[in-house]
Design a protein around this ligand. Structure first.
Ligand SMILES: Nc1nc2c(ncn2[C@@H]2O[C@H](COP(=O)(O)OP(=O)(O)OP(=O)(O)O)[C@@H](O)[C@H]2O)c(=O)[nH]1
Ligand SMILES: [Mg+2]
Length: 203
């Protein structure tokens, strides 16, 4: 798949506030600051489409980006950043869960993990939750540019084992170098085709 056009179509900041459902969608999940917005910008080939910040907890609403007029990439608020005030921290859960359970046309998810770290409790919960909902999930180990070559395989194997994630659904990614972009775009295209062949499969 090649991204030719991107528009910010909707911003939803409260649970159950009317999600767009006119197109299939793929959610982008991960802890705060892991690089969700950066990934979106990299895929789209734009610098400042989605707001990237060094201040964690920046994306606090669900952002729906319409891609090629054919699908939405859905930038979910980041979870589990300890320094964000308690009320904001607890706010992510109903917002994310409300969306994931209500989204009739969700055909897949991208779960971002920091390649340098062990998965957090929240990462494990999110992976299990997506599995429980039966949402096909791609595991993206991002900021891979910060790891040395020889460290990559071992760290990745550990993280995927903890999440019980198949290596065939995982990729090394860097918003800085663009590594992993081609693979990820191909997988998104595949998810989209599956959704169009079986439109009711994800509801
Ligand atoms: N080196 C490197 N830095 C990255 C990469 N991806 C993101 N970053 C940096 O990580 C920080 C957070 O990136 P964001 O894309 O804003 O993260 P986010 O997941 O959208 O964060 P929230 O919206 O707060 O949940 C920024 O300083 C980015 O420049 C990457 O692949 N490599
Ligand atoms: Mg963000």
């Amino acid at each position: 798949m090649r991204i030719r056009s991107v528009e910010l179509a909707a911003i939803v900041s409260r649970p159950q506030a009317g999600y767009p459902d006119d197109l299939p969608q793929i959610a982008i999940a991960g802890r705060s600051n892991v690089g969700k917005s950066s990934l979106l910008n990299t895929l789209a080939g734009r610098r400042q489409l989605a707001h990237v910040s060094s201040t964690p907890g920046r994306t606090r609403a669900i952002h729906f980006y319409r891609i090629n007029g054919r699908l939405y990439l859905v930038d979910l608020p980041g979870y589990g950043y300890a320094k964000v005030a308690g009320v904001v921290r607890r706010g992510w859960r109903p917002l994310i869960e409300g969306y994931l359970t209500a989204a009739r046309r969700l055909c897949g998810a991208i779960l971002l993990l920091d390649a340098r770290r062990r998965p957090s409790e929240d990462d494990r919960l999110m992976a299990a939750y997506l599995g429980h909902l039966g949402i096909p999930t791609l595991f993206v180990l991002t900021k891979i540019d910060k790891l040395r070559r020889f460290e990559r395989a071992r760290r990745t194997a550990e993280a995927l084992a903890e999440l019980e994630a198949p290596a065939s659904q995982a990729v090394w990614f860097s918003a800085k170098t663009g590594e992993g972009k081609v693979w990820l775009l191909k997988q998104l295209g595949d998810l989209l085709r599956t959704a169009q062949v079986h439109p009711g499969a994800s509801s």
